[in-house]
Design a protein around this ligand. Sequence first.
Ligand SMILES: [Zn+2]
Ligand SMILES: [Zn+2]
Ligand SMILES: [Zn+2]
Ligand SMILES: [Zn+2]
Length: 355
Amino acid sequence: MAKNKVDIGFLEEKSNWLLHPKYFPSKVGGKPAWLDLKNLPNPTELSCKICNDPFVFLCQIYAPFEESSDHFHRTLFIFICRNGSCCRKNSVENFVVLRCQLPRKNDYYSYEPYEEVQCNDFPMEKWPKVCNLCGMKGPSHCSKCKKTFYCSRKHQILDWQKGHKELCPQLQIEEIVKYNEFTVTEAGKTILFKEWELIVDDEDEEEATDVDENKEMEKLRKMIQEKRAGTLGNVSENELEQYTRTLPEDKVFNKFSKRIARHPDQVLRYDRGGTPLWITGHTEGTAVVVPNCQYCKEERQFEFQVMPQLLNFINVGIDFNSIDWGVLAVYTCKASCTQGPAYKEEFMIKQDLTI
Ligand SMILES: [Zn+2]
Ligand SMILES: [Zn+2]
Ligand SMILES: [Zn+2]
Ligand SMILES: [Zn+2]
């Protein structure tokens, strides 16, 4: 990824097998494509601080540091609580960001890139099992077939109800089971976000656009207002009017809209060492002090941000319609240190549009 230039992330549909960890994907939704396959974080570390439910995978960005051999492979992961009610303004309690990296020579992947052919040549059996439903570490298993693994009792019950009940007797008699642990099951579809490949590319130069900026700005404004109105449920017309009224003049928001008009469908902006493109000047969200890395004490720097457009692509259903954010700005250890666990927690600021 080039210096002094922002890279932009877009979504494209892609066959699930091409999002396997061995291809080091950047992706959104479905199950996480873990990088270090052995030292997965424990389910207790990946649960919501508000409601205790297991987090689900939101997205991952493959972002190696080309200048260093320790980070030949490097991926950042974001997880979120699926309960919209845990979403609070400018608060990241319902999120976690993890960083993982590997040298080119490692225990999991070949030194040379894999060919993109669909075959079962990657032995997943020797690594810890993941939850059949959500793809997180699965320390417990179905006591009947002993071949299906789960992160939590909640996911085991849901999977049983939505298909494992029928599949389980079959697994009990068959000697070997070969199934792709990355395929999203029926139960998974009720909890996980829609799966996409995340393509990261250069942002166009300013002049190169012929998009009508004012029109795009209006579109974005409308989208945000509709989303807000949708999350309010049964409120009086008067109240609704209050919430959907024209936002006050906000220079930061105008700059934000103008900049994204070049690529209205962007879901991510990657700019390591740069500055986030904030969505509003009307919030205290950005006043947060970014703490130094807890593992090596080095400073953190801005690395990328998730855009509100992502919400339009992940089937945030009606039951969960209050999952929301303005921008999610991720800050990572400048040194991308090797201390600490395989999956290291990084820092994020969530900035919402306040009304
Ligand atoms: Zn929660
Ligand atoms: Zn699970
Ligand atoms: Zn079973
Ligand atoms: Zn560090």
